[in-house]
Design a protein around this ligand. Structure first.
Ligand SMILES: C[S@@+](CC[C@H](N)C(=O)[O-])C[C@H]1O[C@@H](n2cnc3c(N)ncnc32)[C@H](O)[C@@H]1O
Length: 169
C-alpha cells in the first residue's frame, strides 16, 4: 500500500474502462504499520567500508503510513474497501470470493508467498496476478517466493523489463 499510488492508478484505469466504477469490489490490503521483520530470504549483501554483510534493505516498520492519509486519496472511489493488518492473517478477513486482478507489492518473501497461496486458488479463469517486485534487487525474497510457487504448481509466467512478473490463469 504505502501511499496507495498503484492502487489509485488501477482504480483510475478501471474507471476509464467502466463508466461509473466507484471502487466496489476493489480491496486494498496493508499493515499500514510498514514492513514486518524481514527474514533471511530478504537479505542482500550490504557494504560498509570494506565489510560486506547480508542484511535487509529496509527494516521492520519502514513504509508505515496512516490509513486515513491513504484513504483520503480515494475520495473518487467510495466503494474501495481497506483491510488493515499483516499478511497472512489479514487475508482471512477478505470476502470468500473469486478475484480477477491481484497486484502484489509487499516486497518481502513471506507475504508475497502468502498472497500467491491465498489468491491463486481463488483467481478466476483468465484472472491476472502481478508481482511488482519480481525484478527488484532490493527485494530478492519476492522473486524467490514467486518462482517457488510457480514451479511447485506448474504455472507459466512472463516478466517485464520494468521488473514485474505476471501470470494469467
Ligand atoms: C513498496 S510498498 C507498496 C507501494 C504501493 N504499491 C504504492 O504504490 O504506494 C510495500 C508495502 O507492503 C506492506 N507490507 C509488507 N509486508 C506486509 C505484510 N506482511 N502485511 C501487510 N503489509 C505488508 C508495507 O506496509 C508497504 O506499505
Amino acid at each position: 500500500m504505502f501511499q496507495g499510488f498503484s492502487a489509485l492508478f488501477a482504480c483510475r484505469a478501471a474507471a476509464g474502462l467502466a463508466r461509473g466504477f466507484d471502487g466496489t469490489g476493489f480491496y486494498l490490503v496493508d499493515s499500514f504499520a510498514g514492513f514486518p521483520k524481514p527474514r533471511e530470504e530478504d537479505f542482500i549483501p550490504m557494504s560498509s567500508g570494506t565489510n560486506i554483510r547480508n542484511a535487509p534493505a529496509f527494516n521492520e516498520g519502514d513504509a508505515a503510513v496512516s490509513l486515513e492519509q491513504v484513504s483520503a486519496a480515494f475520495r473518487d472511489f467510495p466503494g474501495v474497501r481497506f483491510e488493515r493488518g499483516f499478511i497472512p492473517d489479514v487475508l482471512s478477513r477478505l470476502p470468500e470470493t473469486n478475484w480477477a486482478f491481484v497486484h502484489i507489492d509487499v516486497d518481502l518473501h513471506e507475504p508475497t508467498l502468502a498472497c500467491l497461496e491465498y489468491f491463486y486458488p481463488r483467481l478466476t479463469s483468465g484472472g491476472v496476478i502481478i508481482c511488482d517486485d519480481y525484478g527488484s534487487r532490493l527485494f530478492p525474497g519476492a522473486r524467490k517466493a514467486w518462482e517457488a510457487y510457480c514451479d511447485a504448481n506448474g504455472i507459466a509466467f512472463v516478466t517485464l523489463e520494468s521488473g514485474q512478473s505476471i501470470l494469467v490463469k
